[in-house]
Design a protein around this ligand. Structure first.
Ligand code: SF4
Length: 183
């Protein structure tokens, strides 16, 4: 399998590897989801309350030694440019899915998890609202926040810039994998 960073660098402007042991899970992040400022709480299979409890994510993440944090900075017209932000988010989600598919094609046996930003956008609306099963569970990407990870804190704690200047938005995702098996 090609190196994970080698594949990811075609899709993201910036990235940094951290040990999965350094990932901090916070219940308060779930509480923020419950406040539903993004409007996706209870409306998407990749968001709470549909996703696993935080402890289950912690256990699953423990199967991997490395988190490659990937991010990309998008320019928008102003801090009210919702369409620009939406377009950037959509592009970022497409890139995450593309990187996932390229990694799967490179080695179908390599174990990894791609983590995203925001709710899965593959169907509109998500099947969750109609109480139907997810239509594409293989490609539905759960966000870092839905797992209970404070993204701003993660970036700050590891020397990555979340704020990249006026009229920009930064979207962040990650790839969990075993570096020891990716030489
Ligand atoms: S693939 Fe469709 S049904 Fe599944 S989580 Fe994404 S939007 Fe919802």
């Amino acid at each position: 399998m090609s190196s994970v960073t080698g594949i990811a660098q075609h899709y993201f402007t910036d990235m940094k590897e951290i040990s999965s042991e350094e990932i901090v899970f916070r219940r308060e992040v779930r509480k923020l989801c419950e406040m539903n400022t993004c409007g996706n709480y209870g409306k998407n299979w990749t968001c709470p309350p549909a996703v696993e409890p935080i402890d289950a994510f912690r256990d699953r993440f423990g199967l991997f030694d490395t988190l490659l944090v990937v991010y990309r900075v998008y320019h928008v017209k102003s801090s009210f440019d919702w369409n620009g932000m939406k377009a950037g988010m959509s592009d970022f989600k497409d890139r995450l899915l593309d990187v996932k598919k390229e990694m799967e094609a490179a080695d179908p046996h390599f174990d990894f998890i791609v983590l995203g930003a925001g709710a899965c956008h593959l169907c509109d609306p998500c099947a969750y609202v109609d109480e139907e099963p997810c239509r594409n569970p293989e490609d539905a990407i759960v966000s870092l926040e839905a797992c209970g990870i404070d993204v701003m804190r993660l970036m700050k704690d590891h020397g990555m810039k979340y704020y990249n200047g006026k009229n920009t938005v930064t979207y962040v995702g990650g790839i969990l994998y075993n570096k020891s098996q990716n030489n």
